[in-house]
Ligand binder design. Structure first.
Ligand code: ZN
Length: 412
Protein backbone atom coordinates (compact mmCIF):
# COMPACT_ATOMS: atom_id res chain seq x y z
CA UNK A 1 0.00 0.00 0.00
CA UNK A 2 3.01 2.35 0.37
CA UNK A 3 4.91 3.72 -2.61
CA UNK A 4 8.61 4.54 -2.05
CA UNK A 5 10.06 7.63 -3.73
CA UNK A 6 12.44 6.58 -6.52
CA UNK A 7 13.14 9.98 -8.02
CA UNK A 8 12.36 13.64 -7.32
CA UNK A 9 8.76 14.53 -8.15
CA UNK A 10 9.82 17.82 -9.74
CA UNK A 11 13.13 17.28 -11.61
CA UNK A 12 13.14 13.45 -11.71
CA UNK A 13 16.70 13.44 -10.23
CA UNK A 14 17.75 10.61 -7.93
CA UNK A 15 19.95 12.37 -5.35
CA UNK A 16 17.54 12.55 -2.41
CA UNK A 17 18.81 13.24 1.13
CA UNK A 18 16.42 12.67 4.09
CA UNK A 19 16.56 15.48 6.69
CA UNK A 20 13.56 14.96 9.00
CA UNK A 21 11.88 11.82 10.30
CA UNK A 22 8.61 12.00 12.23
CA UNK A 23 8.65 8.25 12.85
CA UNK A 24 6.10 5.63 11.90
CA UNK A 25 2.54 6.83 11.53
CA UNK A 26 -0.81 5.37 10.55
CA UNK A 27 -2.72 7.07 7.71
CA UNK A 28 -3.58 10.32 9.47
CA UNK A 29 -7.22 10.56 8.47
CA UNK A 30 -8.17 7.01 9.41
CA UNK A 31 -10.17 7.10 12.63
CA UNK A 32 -10.47 3.64 14.22
CA UNK A 33 -13.88 2.83 15.72
CA UNK A 34 -12.68 0.51 18.52
CA UNK A 35 -10.52 -2.47 19.58
CA UNK A 36 -10.92 -4.43 16.33
CA UNK A 37 -9.66 -1.47 14.33
CA UNK A 38 -6.82 -0.75 16.79
CA UNK A 39 -5.16 -4.12 16.18
CA UNK A 40 -5.53 -3.74 12.42
CA UNK A 41 -3.79 -0.33 12.27
CA UNK A 42 -0.83 -0.11 9.90
CA UNK A 43 2.15 2.22 10.26
CA UNK A 44 4.20 3.90 7.55
CA UNK A 45 7.45 5.82 7.60
CA UNK A 46 7.07 9.62 7.63
CA UNK A 47 10.34 11.10 6.39
CA UNK A 48 11.08 14.24 4.35
CA UNK A 49 13.95 14.38 1.86
CA UNK A 50 15.77 17.20 0.06
CA UNK A 51 16.53 16.89 -3.66
CA UNK A 52 20.21 17.71 -4.20
CA UNK A 53 19.45 18.68 -7.80
CA UNK A 54 16.44 21.03 -7.57
CA UNK A 55 16.09 21.39 -3.75
CA UNK A 56 12.47 20.20 -3.69
CA UNK A 57 11.41 18.96 -0.20
CA UNK A 58 9.25 15.83 -0.42
CA UNK A 59 8.20 12.68 1.41
CA UNK A 60 10.22 9.52 0.84
CA UNK A 61 7.17 7.30 1.08
CA UNK A 62 3.60 7.81 -0.16
CA UNK A 63 0.41 5.95 0.52
CA UNK A 64 -1.56 4.70 -2.44
CA UNK A 65 -3.77 7.71 -3.35
CA UNK A 66 -6.62 5.37 -4.28
CA UNK A 67 -6.65 4.05 -0.72
CA UNK A 68 -6.40 7.52 0.84
CA UNK A 69 -8.71 9.63 -1.29
CA UNK A 70 -11.40 7.30 -2.62
CA UNK A 71 -13.43 7.51 0.57
CA UNK A 72 -12.37 10.69 2.32
CA UNK A 73 -13.54 12.21 5.60
CA UNK A 74 -12.68 15.88 5.10
CA UNK A 75 -15.58 18.08 4.00
CA UNK A 76 -14.45 21.61 3.07
CA UNK A 77 -17.82 23.20 3.83
CA UNK A 78 -17.23 22.40 7.51
CA UNK A 79 -14.84 25.33 7.62
CA UNK A 80 -16.25 28.88 7.64
CA UNK A 81 -12.78 30.32 6.96
CA UNK A 82 -12.43 28.26 3.82
CA UNK A 83 -15.87 29.23 2.51
CA UNK A 84 -15.06 32.93 3.03
CA UNK A 85 -11.75 32.44 1.23
CA UNK A 86 -13.68 31.06 -1.76
CA UNK A 87 -15.87 34.15 -1.94
CA UNK A 88 -12.83 36.44 -2.13
CA UNK A 89 -11.17 34.32 -4.80
CA UNK A 90 -14.30 34.30 -6.97
CA UNK A 91 -14.54 38.11 -6.83
CA UNK A 92 -10.84 38.52 -7.63
CA UNK A 93 -10.98 36.21 -10.67
CA UNK A 94 -14.21 37.69 -11.99
CA UNK A 95 -12.48 41.06 -12.06
CA UNK A 96 -9.05 39.93 -13.30
CA UNK A 97 -10.18 37.47 -15.94
CA UNK A 98 -13.39 39.25 -17.04
CA UNK A 99 -15.34 36.02 -16.90
CA UNK A 100 -18.39 35.58 -19.12
CA UNK A 101 -21.18 33.03 -19.68
CA UNK A 102 -19.26 30.91 -22.13
CA UNK A 103 -16.29 30.51 -19.79
CA UNK A 104 -15.69 27.27 -17.93
CA UNK A 105 -14.40 27.34 -14.37
CA UNK A 106 -13.13 23.90 -13.34
CA UNK A 107 -11.85 22.91 -9.94
CA UNK A 108 -9.51 20.00 -9.29
CA UNK A 109 -10.20 18.26 -5.98
CA UNK A 110 -13.44 20.20 -5.65
CA UNK A 111 -14.47 18.35 -2.49
CA UNK A 112 -18.12 19.04 -1.62
CA UNK A 113 -18.28 22.24 -3.70
CA UNK A 114 -17.27 24.60 -0.87
CA UNK A 115 -15.21 26.75 -3.24
CA UNK A 116 -17.33 26.31 -6.38
CA UNK A 117 -20.40 27.59 -4.58
CA UNK A 118 -18.82 31.06 -4.67
CA UNK A 119 -18.60 30.80 -8.46
CA UNK A 120 -22.26 29.86 -8.79
CA UNK A 121 -23.28 33.50 -8.59
CA UNK A 122 -21.01 34.31 -11.58
CA UNK A 123 -22.32 33.86 -15.12
CA UNK A 124 -19.92 30.98 -15.90
CA UNK A 125 -20.20 27.24 -16.35
CA UNK A 126 -18.67 25.29 -13.47
CA UNK A 127 -17.26 21.77 -13.20
CA UNK A 128 -15.88 19.89 -10.22
CA UNK A 129 -13.33 17.08 -10.39
CA UNK A 130 -13.18 15.02 -7.21
CA UNK A 131 -11.85 11.46 -6.79
CA UNK A 132 -13.62 10.70 -3.48
CA UNK A 133 -16.94 9.17 -4.49
CA UNK A 134 -18.66 9.82 -1.13
CA UNK A 135 -17.74 13.52 -1.25
CA UNK A 136 -18.56 13.90 -4.96
CA UNK A 137 -22.02 12.50 -4.24
CA UNK A 138 -22.58 15.26 -1.68
CA UNK A 139 -21.34 17.86 -4.20
CA UNK A 140 -23.75 16.61 -6.86
CA UNK A 141 -26.64 16.67 -4.41
CA UNK A 142 -25.75 20.30 -3.73
CA UNK A 143 -26.02 21.02 -7.47
CA UNK A 144 -22.36 20.96 -8.59
CA UNK A 145 -21.65 18.89 -11.72
CA UNK A 146 -18.74 16.67 -10.63
CA UNK A 147 -16.49 14.19 -12.46
CA UNK A 148 -15.38 11.43 -10.08
CA UNK A 149 -11.77 10.83 -11.09
CA UNK A 150 -8.16 11.64 -10.26
CA UNK A 151 -6.81 14.48 -12.39
CA UNK A 152 -4.19 13.28 -14.90
CA UNK A 153 -2.93 14.25 -18.33
CA UNK A 154 -5.32 11.73 -19.83
CA UNK A 155 -8.30 13.22 -17.97
CA UNK A 156 -7.25 16.79 -18.87
CA UNK A 157 -7.37 15.89 -22.56
CA UNK A 158 -10.70 14.11 -22.21
CA UNK A 159 -12.31 17.01 -20.32
CA UNK A 160 -11.18 19.46 -22.99
CA UNK A 161 -12.89 17.36 -25.66
CA UNK A 162 -16.05 16.97 -23.63
CA UNK A 163 -16.45 20.42 -22.03
CA UNK A 164 -14.11 22.63 -24.08
CA UNK A 165 -10.98 24.34 -22.70
CA UNK A 166 -11.15 25.71 -19.15
CA UNK A 167 -10.77 29.47 -18.76
CA UNK A 168 -9.99 28.97 -15.09
CA UNK A 169 -8.61 25.86 -13.42
CA UNK A 170 -8.65 26.01 -9.64
CA UNK A 171 -6.38 23.80 -7.57
CA UNK A 172 -6.47 25.27 -4.09
CA UNK A 173 -5.76 22.21 -2.02
CA UNK A 174 -4.37 19.54 -4.25
CA UNK A 175 -0.85 19.97 -5.63
CA UNK A 176 0.93 18.91 -2.45
CA UNK A 177 -1.08 15.65 -2.56
CA UNK A 178 -0.12 14.68 -6.08
CA UNK A 179 2.05 11.60 -6.59
CA UNK A 180 2.97 12.21 -10.23
CA UNK A 181 3.42 15.99 -10.43
CA UNK A 182 4.67 16.10 -13.99
CA UNK A 183 1.67 14.17 -15.30
CA UNK A 184 -0.69 16.43 -13.32
CA UNK A 185 0.93 19.56 -14.79
CA UNK A 186 0.60 18.12 -18.31
CA UNK A 187 -3.10 17.64 -17.51
CA UNK A 188 -3.40 21.35 -16.72
CA UNK A 189 -1.57 22.22 -19.94
CA UNK A 190 -4.02 20.08 -21.95
CA UNK A 191 -7.20 21.40 -20.31
CA UNK A 192 -6.32 25.12 -19.94
CA UNK A 193 -7.59 27.59 -22.57
CA UNK A 194 -4.96 29.60 -24.49
CA UNK A 195 -5.97 32.74 -22.59
CA UNK A 196 -6.83 30.87 -19.38
CA UNK A 197 -5.24 30.82 -15.95
CA UNK A 198 -4.75 28.03 -13.45
CA UNK A 199 -4.82 29.24 -9.86
CA UNK A 200 -2.84 26.96 -7.60
CA UNK A 201 -2.58 27.36 -3.83
CA UNK A 202 -0.10 25.42 -1.73
CA UNK A 203 1.17 25.76 1.84
CA UNK A 204 4.40 27.80 1.64
CA UNK A 205 7.63 26.12 2.69
CA UNK A 206 8.89 29.37 4.26
CA UNK A 207 5.90 29.46 6.65
CA UNK A 208 6.38 25.77 7.44
CA UNK A 209 9.98 26.46 8.49
CA UNK A 210 9.47 29.79 10.26
CA UNK A 211 6.28 28.80 12.09
CA UNK A 212 7.67 25.34 12.91
CA UNK A 213 4.51 23.95 11.31
CA UNK A 214 5.83 20.40 11.22
CA UNK A 215 2.32 19.13 11.99
CA UNK A 216 1.40 19.89 8.36
CA UNK A 217 3.81 17.11 7.35
CA UNK A 218 1.89 13.89 6.85
CA UNK A 219 1.44 11.17 4.28
CA UNK A 220 -1.10 13.08 2.21
CA UNK A 221 1.27 16.04 1.77
CA UNK A 222 3.93 14.66 -0.50
CA UNK A 223 5.51 17.99 -1.46
CA UNK A 224 6.53 21.20 0.40
CA UNK A 225 6.72 23.96 -2.18
CA UNK A 226 8.34 27.32 -2.73
CA UNK A 227 8.16 29.65 -5.74
CA UNK A 228 11.47 28.76 -7.37
CA UNK A 229 10.66 25.04 -7.36
CA UNK A 230 7.09 25.61 -8.62
CA UNK A 231 8.48 27.80 -11.40
CA UNK A 232 10.79 24.97 -12.45
CA UNK A 233 7.98 22.40 -12.26
CA UNK A 234 5.59 24.28 -14.57
CA UNK A 235 8.35 25.40 -16.90
CA UNK A 236 9.53 21.82 -17.34
CA UNK A 237 6.14 20.96 -18.87
CA UNK A 238 5.85 24.06 -21.04
CA UNK A 239 3.76 26.34 -18.81
CA UNK A 240 4.46 29.79 -17.41
CA UNK A 241 4.18 30.75 -13.74
CA UNK A 242 3.21 34.39 -14.25
CA UNK A 243 2.26 35.61 -10.79
CA UNK A 244 2.85 34.58 -7.18
CA UNK A 245 1.53 35.93 -3.91
CA UNK A 246 1.78 34.99 -0.24
CA UNK A 247 -1.64 34.52 1.42
CA UNK A 248 -2.53 33.79 5.06
CA UNK A 249 -4.57 30.59 4.47
CA UNK A 250 -3.49 27.37 6.27
CA UNK A 251 -0.77 29.05 8.30
CA UNK A 252 0.76 30.77 5.27
CA UNK A 253 0.29 29.70 1.67
CA UNK A 254 1.34 30.63 -1.83
CA UNK A 255 -1.09 31.47 -4.57
CA UNK A 256 0.44 31.12 -8.02
CA UNK A 257 -1.05 31.82 -11.45
CA UNK A 258 -0.18 29.60 -14.38
CA UNK A 259 -0.77 30.22 -18.06
CA UNK A 260 0.49 29.28 -21.50
CA UNK A 261 3.79 31.03 -22.34
CA UNK A 262 2.31 32.41 -25.59
CA UNK A 263 -0.88 33.54 -23.81
CA UNK A 264 -1.83 37.09 -22.77
CA UNK A 265 -0.22 36.99 -19.30
CA UNK A 266 2.95 38.94 -18.51
CA UNK A 267 5.13 37.71 -15.67
CA UNK A 268 4.87 40.07 -12.71
CA UNK A 269 7.79 41.44 -10.70
CA UNK A 270 6.46 39.65 -7.62
CA UNK A 271 7.64 36.29 -8.96
CA UNK A 272 11.27 37.38 -9.17
CA UNK A 273 11.07 39.10 -5.78
CA UNK A 274 9.85 35.95 -4.05
CA UNK A 275 12.53 33.82 -5.72
CA UNK A 276 15.18 36.31 -4.61
CA UNK A 277 13.78 36.20 -1.06
CA UNK A 278 14.05 32.38 -1.06
CA UNK A 279 17.63 32.48 -2.33
CA UNK A 280 18.61 34.95 0.39
CA UNK A 281 17.48 32.32 2.86
CA UNK A 282 19.64 29.65 1.22
CA UNK A 283 16.62 27.44 0.53
CA UNK A 284 18.47 25.91 -2.40
CA UNK A 285 20.85 24.29 0.11
CA UNK A 286 20.11 21.64 2.72
CA UNK A 287 21.35 23.64 5.76
CA UNK A 288 18.06 25.45 6.63
CA UNK A 289 16.17 22.15 6.37
CA UNK A 290 18.54 20.45 8.80
CA UNK A 291 18.25 23.36 11.22
CA UNK A 292 14.45 23.04 11.02
CA UNK A 293 14.66 19.34 11.96
CA UNK A 294 16.60 20.22 15.13
CA UNK A 295 13.97 22.79 16.16
CA UNK A 296 11.20 20.21 15.63
CA UNK A 297 12.89 17.76 18.01
CA UNK A 298 13.26 20.50 20.63
CA UNK A 299 9.59 21.51 20.54
CA UNK A 300 8.57 17.92 21.20
CA UNK A 301 10.51 17.99 24.47
CA UNK A 302 8.99 21.32 25.51
CA UNK A 303 5.46 20.16 24.64
CA UNK A 304 5.75 17.06 26.77
CA UNK A 305 7.03 19.14 29.69
CA UNK A 306 4.18 21.62 29.23
CA UNK A 307 1.41 19.00 29.12
CA UNK A 308 2.86 16.91 31.97
CA UNK A 309 3.23 20.05 34.06
CA UNK A 310 -0.46 20.90 33.63
CA UNK A 311 -1.48 17.30 34.22
CA UNK A 312 0.63 17.01 37.40
CA UNK A 313 -0.99 20.22 38.67
CA UNK A 314 -4.34 18.38 38.46
CA UNK A 315 -5.63 20.10 35.33
CA UNK A 316 -8.01 18.32 32.96
CA UNK A 317 -6.81 18.79 29.39
CA UNK A 318 -8.83 18.30 26.21
CA UNK A 319 -8.20 19.19 22.58
CA UNK A 320 -10.08 20.86 19.76
CA UNK A 321 -9.75 19.70 16.16
CA UNK A 322 -9.14 16.03 15.35
CA UNK A 323 -7.67 17.05 12.01
CA UNK A 324 -4.48 15.75 10.50
CA UNK A 325 -2.39 18.44 12.23
CA UNK A 326 -3.35 17.33 15.71
CA UNK A 327 -2.84 13.70 14.86
CA UNK A 328 0.67 14.28 13.52
CA UNK A 329 1.57 16.25 16.62
CA UNK A 330 0.15 13.72 19.06
CA UNK A 331 1.76 10.84 17.23
CA UNK A 332 5.19 12.43 16.99
CA UNK A 333 5.10 13.48 20.66
CA UNK A 334 3.48 10.19 21.74
CA UNK A 335 0.69 11.91 23.66
CA UNK A 336 -2.32 9.72 24.49
CA UNK A 337 -5.57 9.83 26.50
CA UNK A 338 -3.57 9.88 29.76
CA UNK A 339 -2.72 13.54 29.00
CA UNK A 340 -5.44 14.64 26.55
CA UNK A 341 -8.76 13.23 27.74
CA UNK A 342 -10.78 13.82 24.59
CA UNK A 343 -10.74 15.83 21.38
CA UNK A 344 -13.78 17.76 20.14
CA UNK A 345 -14.45 17.97 16.43
CA UNK A 346 -17.36 19.28 14.34
CA UNK A 347 -17.21 16.43 11.82
CA UNK A 348 -19.86 13.79 12.56
CA UNK A 349 -17.71 11.34 10.56
CA UNK A 350 -15.09 11.41 13.32
CA UNK A 351 -17.27 11.64 16.44
CA UNK A 352 -17.53 8.41 18.41
CA UNK A 353 -14.22 7.24 16.92
CA UNK A 354 -10.61 7.53 18.11
CA UNK A 355 -7.49 9.35 16.89
CA UNK A 356 -5.09 7.08 14.99
CA UNK A 357 -2.48 5.22 17.04
CA UNK A 358 -2.89 7.21 20.30
CA UNK A 359 -6.61 6.41 20.54
CA UNK A 360 -7.90 9.59 22.14
CA UNK A 361 -11.74 9.63 21.94
CA UNK A 362 -13.24 12.10 19.45
CA UNK A 363 -16.46 13.76 20.59
CA UNK A 364 -18.91 16.45 19.46
CA UNK A 365 -18.04 20.07 20.46
CA UNK A 366 -21.09 20.10 22.78
CA UNK A 367 -19.12 17.82 25.12
CA UNK A 368 -16.76 20.70 25.95
CA UNK A 369 -19.38 22.56 28.00
CA UNK A 370 -20.68 19.33 29.52
CA UNK A 371 -17.26 18.20 30.72
CA UNK A 372 -15.58 21.61 31.14
CA UNK A 373 -11.87 20.73 30.85
CA UNK A 374 -9.52 23.29 32.45
CA UNK A 375 -7.47 23.60 29.27
CA UNK A 376 -8.55 23.24 25.65
CA UNK A 377 -5.57 22.70 23.34
CA UNK A 378 -6.28 24.06 19.87
CA UNK A 379 -4.71 21.61 17.44
CA UNK A 380 -6.32 23.18 14.37
CA UNK A 381 -4.24 26.34 14.93
CA UNK A 382 -5.06 27.69 11.47
CA UNK A 383 -8.68 28.05 12.62
CA UNK A 384 -7.86 29.28 16.15
CA UNK A 385 -9.83 32.55 15.89
CA UNK A 386 -12.87 30.73 14.58
CA UNK A 387 -12.70 28.09 17.33
CA UNK A 388 -12.22 30.60 20.15
CA UNK A 389 -15.20 32.57 18.83
CA UNK A 390 -17.37 29.44 18.67
CA UNK A 391 -16.33 28.47 22.19
CA UNK A 392 -17.00 31.82 23.83
CA UNK A 393 -19.27 30.26 26.44
CA UNK A 394 -16.53 27.82 27.50
CA UNK A 395 -14.27 30.84 27.96
CA UNK A 396 -16.90 32.78 29.91
CA UNK A 397 -17.22 29.85 32.29
CA UNK A 398 -13.50 30.04 33.02
CA UNK A 399 -12.09 27.63 30.45
CA UNK A 400 -8.60 28.35 29.09
CA UNK A 401 -7.13 27.79 25.63
CA UNK A 402 -3.62 26.56 24.80
CA UNK A 403 -1.58 26.33 21.60
CA UNK A 404 1.49 24.16 21.08
CA UNK A 405 3.24 25.79 18.11
CA UNK A 406 5.64 27.40 17.66
CA UNK A 407 5.90 27.26 21.47
CA UNK A 408 3.56 25.48 23.91
CA UNK A 409 1.61 28.10 25.89
CA UNK A 410 -1.74 29.03 27.45
CA UNK A 411 -3.11 31.83 25.28
CA UNK A 412 -6.39 32.94 26.88
ZN1 ZN B 1 14.59 17.51 -7.84
Amino acid sequence: MNIPLRHCRVCLGERLTPFLSLGKMPPINSFPAGEDDFVAEKFFDLTVAFCEDCSHAQLTEALDPKAVFSDYVYFSSMSDTFVAHGRELAMELKEKMKLSEKDLVAEIASNDGALLQSFKSLPTRILGIEPARNIATVARERGFPTVVEFFTEELGKRLREEYGPARIILGTNVLAHVLDLRDFVRGIRSFLADDGAAVIEVPYLVNLIDGLEFDTIYHEHLSYFRVEVLDRLFQSEGLLLFDAERIPLHGGSLKVFIGHPNGPHERTARVGELIAFERERDLGTIAPYQAFALRVAAVRERTLEFLRGLHDAGKHIAGYGAAAKGNVFLNYCQVGPDLIEFIADRSPHKQGRFTPRNHIPVVAPEEILRRMPDILVIFAWNFADEIIFQQSEYRQRGGKFAMLLPEPRVIL
